[in-house]
Design a protein around this ligand. Structure first.
Ligand code: F6R
Length: 604
């Protein structure tokens, strides 16, 4: 996630770019920068921090010009810093580039470019693109860009300027979003529609492989081979607030819909040639043989992801795992020695209890891995190793895509541990591999069914108490479903290990009480069916998710695509997120900002 903008027209490029970046700040705010063709040449100005920092710098020494590009960064390769801020240039500042996405083969390209004499001034993958374009540039920017992108693997939306061609802006899209606003005598490009709406409502939405050359009076759309493409612009009716949510009514809804893509991003650079590649753990590999047990520590939804991590690591990699709520961990005098690996999980990376637990674990001599969504967060900075979830910024207080990408990271990590410890058969790995690859498509399929669950939420929203039951991994998902429902709909809910219900809670099940039952695990499916029949016998209204055997038994059945049991959680939780979301909407609650809650809990 990052935001890019570009402008060519009659207005001050600086003003248009800064206004556009402000509208895209939700896509990242680690640094910002612009490159503008001025009377004295192609000038770059960039600064670490929020867009306001760049605004101050440019306020003091403005860049005057009517063509430029800009960027707001969500750091992935390289910490937030002035040097890592975009735009990036080659050594002669002949080419200037802004980029949203990830270049998978950047290390390989970087070595080739260094061998040809390039020197790099940042840690980013993007700088490779500037040097690469410069190395093939002979006065025709679009030809050089087309040539360069044929060598690049990964996801990218690019906007490029050449010092020698002050009347041209070239953009490319491959797997990262990019739209072009078509105004009267001006074009505005951006990662997202809100940045364009103040200037025009006529928009060309780029597709993968599109290359566009923008000049002051024309726009030329072509493919990477240079063949012209004709595409009619779309007219956008949304107001700016709707556009920020990409047309969705709430950020939570938008973020739930972003999950398939977030899964892709989380896996993208980590699966190669039949192996899980976690380069982030290169230094840890030497320590791994000494690890005898793992502690996972987190809060709230991240804790629920940790519960899934526990089951996956124990089942797939055979290492014993304990999971703790961070606020309890520090005070229970955990037994930590040189054989303990501590994994802290935190979307924000700023949760006070999780940070305190991390410090306590380090004080006691543990090596700490952070699984987080925010690269420069406190947790990421203080941990020994970091695995990013790559969900992109999450705005809604109720976590959805950040949680599911944590689950995907645990899936990757458990397979990686098994692989490094050489305890899995190649044939088993192939099944897991296929299941991981299919996860984004399966998630998309689940999302398509979402409107059907509105009626279920309607019934649930009339009740004061809802119960969730499941066994094993499903019990962990049930706990997350229950938290999601209570935090945004304010309906009281509880999650129980299905076998535990009869030891007390069954007394609360009476006529019509909703029970959401998850049954995705074949080894305990029959037992789950018995538990469902038990609650039905007391009058419960049962919503069943998973095994086809539930159909015909439960009152409402939610189907999820067939995958291996170990990886079903990243799918089965999606209907629970939607039921919570719809119930909150039906009750008229502020879905994105539920009462009494904050996105980042920085107090203990
Ligand atoms: C619930 C939710 C919270 C967070 C918890 C930890 O939807 O988002 O329970 O999971 O406050 O936050 P992070 O992951 O930022 O440490």
């Amino acid at each position: 996630m990052c935001g890019i903008v570009g402008y060519i027209g009659k207005r001050s490029a600086q003003e248009v770019l800064l206004a556009g970046l402000e509208r895209l700040e939700y896509r990242g705010y680690d640094s910002a920068g612009v490159a503008i063709h001025t009377e004295t040449g192609l000038c770059v100005q960039k600064a670490k921090g929020r867009i306001s920092v760049l605004q101050n710098v440019l306020g003091k020494s403005p860049l005057k010009g009517t063509i430029g590009i800009g960027h707001t960064r969500w750091a992935t390769h390289g910490k937030p810093s002035d040097a890592n801020a975009h735009p990036h240039t080659d050594n002669d500042c002949a080419i200037s580039v802004v980029h949203n996405g990830i270049i998978e083969n950047y290390m390989e390209l970087k070595q080739q470019l260094i061998a040809q004499g390039a020197t790099f001034s940042s840690e980013t993958d993007t700088e490779v693109i500037a040097h690469l374009i410069a190395s093939v540039y002979t006065g025709d920017l679009v030809a050089a860009v087309r040539n360069a992108v044929s060598h690049i693997r990964g996801a990218f939306a690019l906007a490029v300027l050449a010092a020698q061609q002050p009347d041209q802006l070239v953009v490319v899209r491959m797997h990262s979003p990019l739209v072009i606003g078509i105004g009267h005598g001006e074009y505005v490009i951006a990662s997202d529609i809100p940045a364009i709406l103040p200037y025009t409502r006529e928009v060309c939405v780029l597709e993968d492989g599109d290359v566009v050359v923008l000049s002051y009076d024309a726009m030329k759309l072509m493919d990477v081979q240079g063949s012209t493409i004709e595409r009619a612009p779309l007219h956008i009716d949304w107001d700016v607030a709707t556009a920020e949510k990409n047309g969705f009514e709430h950020f939570m809804l938008k973020e739930m819909h972003e999950q398939p893509n977030a899964y892709r991003e989380t896996m993208r650079t980590r699966m190669h040639d039949g192996r899980i590649v976690l380069t982030e753990l290169d230094a840890f590999v030497a320590v791994l043989p000494k690890i005898g047990r793992i502690h996972i520590v987190a809060c709230g939804t991240a804790y629920h992801a940790g519960l899934i991590g526990q089951k996956l690591i124990e089942r797939i990699a055979g290492i014993p795992v304990e999971v703790d709520v961070a606020s309890e961990y520090r005070y229970r005098e955990p037994i930590i020695d040189a054989h303990t690996w501590v994994i802290v999980v935190s979307q924000s990376g700023e949760t006070a209890d999780t940070l305190a637990a991390l410090r306590e674990a380090k004080r006691r001599g543990a090596r700490v891995l952070a699984i987080t969504n925010v690269v420069a967060s406190s947790v990421a900075r203080e941990a020994d190793d970091v695995l990013l979830t790559m969900a992109g910024p999450e705005i809604a207080v109720a976590s959805t895509k950040a949680y599911t990408t944590m689950v995907v990271v645990f899936q990757l990590l458990s397979l990686w541990l098994a692989q490094e410890r050489k305890i899995v058969l190649r044939s088993e790995c192939e099944d897991w591999w296929r299941a991981l690859e299919q996860l984004p498509v399966h998630a998309q399929h689940v999302l398509q069914q979402a409107p059907k669950w509105h009626a279920i939420a309607q019934k649930i929203s009339l009740h004061d108490h809802v119960f969730f039951i499941g066994r094993g991994l499903d019990y962990a998902v049930a706990q997350e479903g229950s938290l999601k429902l209570k935090e945004i709909s304010y309906i009281h809910s509880e999650a129980y290990a299905a076998g535990e219900l009869k030891h007390g809670t069954l007394a609360l099940i009476s006529e019509g009480v909703p029970v959401i039952a998850l049954a995705t695990q074949a080894d305990v499916c029959e037992k789950m069916l018995s538990n469902i029949i038990e609650v039905q016998a007391r009058g419960a209204y049962v919503i069943g998710i998973g095994a086809p055997q539930l159909r015909g038994i439960v009152d409402e059945y939610i189907d999820i695509p067939q995958t291996i049991d170990a990886f079903s959680s990243a799918l089965s939780v999606i209907p629970l997120q939607f039921v919570a979301y719809y119930a909150a909407c039906i009750r008229g609650n502020d879905v994105d900002k539920p009462r009494n809650l904050a996105k980042s809990v920085t107090v203990e």
